[in-house]
Ligand binder design. Structure first.
Ligand code: DAT
Ligand code: MG
Length: 148
């Protein structure tokens, strides 16, 4: 089964949105196989956002993501990378549809609540970067036959 990485950013944690966001994930039928509240080192932030290192907003992005705790998750499901991105919404919350996390909770691109892996390849990289193997749990949800 496919896996993806989602991370509630410091603004989402700071606005007490962990429960609301996790609730959407569970209601959608996705399985949480790993989750933790953690602080982000500058090194981890720079590695995670490495593809943006030449962009003018990189410094602000690293400062923001290290400014408070984040809630990191690994989710499992069919086609879950794409499904996760759909739940998250567009990068700019002002352009994100209502019903998406960014569309419902965010106003600016600099504080857009949540990260979601953008491809299967980045999901694999990000999961390995953020989680140890033993932090990911293999288990079955009894209701999965009603989801699939
Ligand atoms: P996404 O998070 O939707 O994958 P991205 O990978 O293009 O978007 O950018 C990573 C993060 O960087 C994004 O969530 C918020 C920030 N960001 C992107 N474009 C920005 C911009 N023009 N100004 C400020 N921050 C930006
Ligand atoms: Mg991205």
């Amino acid at each position: 089964m496919e896996r993806t990485f989602l991370m509630i950013k410091p603004d989402g944690v700071g606005r007490n949105l962990i429960g609301a966001i996790v609730s959407r994930i569970e209601q959608k039928g996705l399985k949480i196989v790993g989750a933790k509240l953690m602080t982000v080192s500058e090194e981890l932030a720079k590695t995670h956002y490495g593809e943006h290192s030449e962009r003018p907003f990189f410094g602000e992005l690293v400062d923001f993501i290290t400014s408070g705790p984040v809630f990191a998750m690994v989710l499992e499901g069919e086609n879950v990378v794409e499904v996760g991105r759909t739940l998250v919404g567009k990068t700019n919350p002002a352009e994100s549809a209502p019903g998406t996390i960014r569309g419902d909770y965010g106003m600016t691109v600099g504080k857009n609540i949540i990260h979601g892996s953008d491809s299967v390849a980045s999901a694999e990289k990000e999961i390995a970067l953020w989680f140890k193997k033993e932090e990911l749990i293999d288990y079955s949800l009894v209701n999965s036959s009603w989801v699939y």
